[in-house]
Design a protein around this ligand. Structure first.
Ligand code: GLC
Length: 531
């Protein structure tokens, strides 16, 4: 077991630090709060924590606009708090992964202040400056991911700077080698402190077309979509040379033992898998977000798993994600019953699962009143359902006034059901989704077939049922998931060995012996053990 890297056999848990635990009662979560909740994560059984950005930031994009990569924002604490947290994480046998945001800085980062100071400043070329188009408008048609043009005119120097996101997030020029060196030094700064790896923000954006050609129109665009979809992002991201940068980052990581490089990549499968790099010298785990965007039914998911397994390069390690701080929660997308099935799917597929905080207590749709909106994307493009606040609301710990998250009003509202939907209450209910997550984590940890074993889809899969086998040496399990709203019966493959239910999503069939025919209730998933 120990020769399999921790990031292959383990489970990652994403924390959005503003919303996990507030320890100083300012309504915003912090590092000391995370430290206070580590025992919960040990109880849940996860292996690694990924923290969304905690660095000094004016918070235009809630920390994804970094003004100092080597210091902790006072909202979250101090460098000393960070060191204390890291020590406690390690003491409990957990790992800590930081969020590295290299594509852009904050507009108030000293590098950008220098860069914008004059056209001949030594840091001018650290960012992407272009002359206006002949009509005085932006240099090309590239759009911001948060709506509107991706270029902002700097009146003083008469040039535009490029920002793939907010105008407060100017893109660095990764073709400039001094930028790369400065960024790799930052990686070393945190690696030397002992962090176990990085999730790299929008890694596929780092290099842009060097001729800055216009993006082609997207024929499938309609005005109900985010404006970024007006054009296909052919020239503004996913350029061939980006793989050199990813390989360089990997080199830095590899000079330290046992660290992980995860890349945030929203691309179709065939493009996504290129980020493993030539000879697997790229990201260890290019995040696989396909479950977020695939229609939630047995057939689509079966073919997604099949296509992904086929697309993976030899030796490339798979990974799966159900949600994150940018995507509607799984409970909101598929409903509470199917959210339990989704948990079983995530935790029984081949590859590293990443859990998103709060999914384990079934947080789902939380309406944010217009006057409470925080997300800059929702503010820029209101009414299209793009807002990311609903998936960033505070963790619900107990039934006290602010759900044990804080003693004052939190920065985002709690879910309506916080008096019952909270860790303390759900821990006491044997069949709660929280206890289901914990059991799934536990069985995955105990059975190598479920974490690192081979995957094979079973022929009995149908429009309603997805069934697959996981196998590692003599250890063999079958997972059967009913995506439908009615009962069903599945004929399991013939076998000599006796079979019984190891775990059902309903948590009430442990040890039940199974013959050839397995009966499932609506929305039910089961793990069947052999022998
Ligand atoms: C990533 C982050 C998202 C952020 C964006 C710009 O997609 O996950 O939260 O807004 O990058 O940094």
């Amino acid at each position: 077991m120990t020769e399999i890297a921790w990031w292959k056999r383990g489970i990652v848990y994403q924390i959005y630090p503003r919303s996990f635990q507030d320890s100083n009662n300012d309504g915003i979560g912090d590092l000391e709060g995370v430290r206070q909740r580590l025992d919960y994560l040990v109880w849940l059984g996860v292996d690694a924590i990924w923290l969304s950005p905690i660095f000094v930031s004016p918070m235009a994009d809630f920390g994804y606009d970094v003004a100092d990569y080597r210091a902790i924002d006072p909202i979250f604490g101090t460098l000393e708090d960070f060191d204390d947290l890291l020590a406690d994480v390690h003491k409990r046998g957990l790992k800590l992964i930081l969020d590295f945001v290299p594509n852009h800085t904050s507009v108030v980062h000293p590098w950008f202040l220098d860069s914008r100071a004059s056209r001949d400043n030594a840091k001018r070329d650290w960012y992407i400056w272009r002359d206006p188009a002949p009509d005085g408008g932006p240099p090309n048609n590239w759009l911001s991911n948060f709506g509107g043009p991706a270029w902002t005119l700097d009146g003083a120097s008469g040039q535009y700077y490029y920002h793939a996101f907010l105008s407060q997030q100017p893109d660095l020029n990764w073709r400039n080698l001094a930028v790369r060196d400065a960024m790799y030094d930052i990686l070393r700064f945190w690696l030397d402190r002992g962090v176990d790896g990085f999730r790299v923000d929008v890694i596929w954006h780092l290099i842009k077309d060097d001729a800055f050609r216009d993006n082609p129109p997207n024929p499938a665009y309609d005005s109900k979509q985010a404006e970024i979809n007006r054009y296909l992002q052919v020239h503004s991201a996913d350029q061939a040379d980006v793989h050199d940068v990813v390989a360089e980052m990997r080199n830095v990581i590899d000079t330290y033992p046992d660290r992980v490089l995860i890349g945030e990549i929203y691309l179709p499968l065939e493009r996504l898998v290129t980020y493993y790099g030539n000879g697997l010298a790229g990201a260890h785990l290019p995040f696989n977000f396909q479950l977020i965007h695939t229609a939630w039914n047995a057939r689509e998911i079966a073919s997604l798993i099949h296509d992904y397994e086929i697309a993976l390069p030899e030796g490339g390690w798979p990974n799966w994600v159900l949600g994150n701080h940018d995507q509607p929660r799984i409970g909101a997308r598929v409903g509470q019953d199917q959210a339990r099935l989704a948990a079983m799917l995530l935790l029984t597929l081949r590859g590293t699962p990443t859990l998103y905080y709060g999914d384990e207590i079934g947080l789902n749709k939380i309406e944010i009143a217009p006057e409470l909106v925080q997300d800059p994307w929702e503010k820029n493009e209101p009414g299209l359902g793009l807002g990311r606040d609903p998936e960033r609301t505070p963790m619900q710990w107990d039934s006290s006034h602010y759900a044990g998250f804080s003693k004052v009003e939190p920065w985002l509202p709690l879910g309506l059901s916080s008096s019952s939907c909270n860790v303390a209450a759900l821990r006491e209910i044997p069949r709660s989704i929280l206890n289901l997550y914990r059991r799934l984590v536990d069985v995955r940890r105990k059975h190598l077939a479920l974490s690192v074993g081979d995957y094979a889809q079973l022929a009995v899969s149908s429009a309603q049922v997805l069934a697959y086998e996981r196998e590692f040496g003599a250890d063999r399990h079958v997972v059967v998931l009913n995506f439908g709203h009615c009962d069903c019966e599945v004929a399991l493959p013939q076998t000599e060995s006796p079979r019984c239910i190891l775990l059902s999503t309903c948590l009430d069939r442990d040890g039940e012996p199974i013959g050839r025919i397995l009966k499932l209730r609506p929305h039910e998933g089961v793990i069947v053990a052999y022998g």
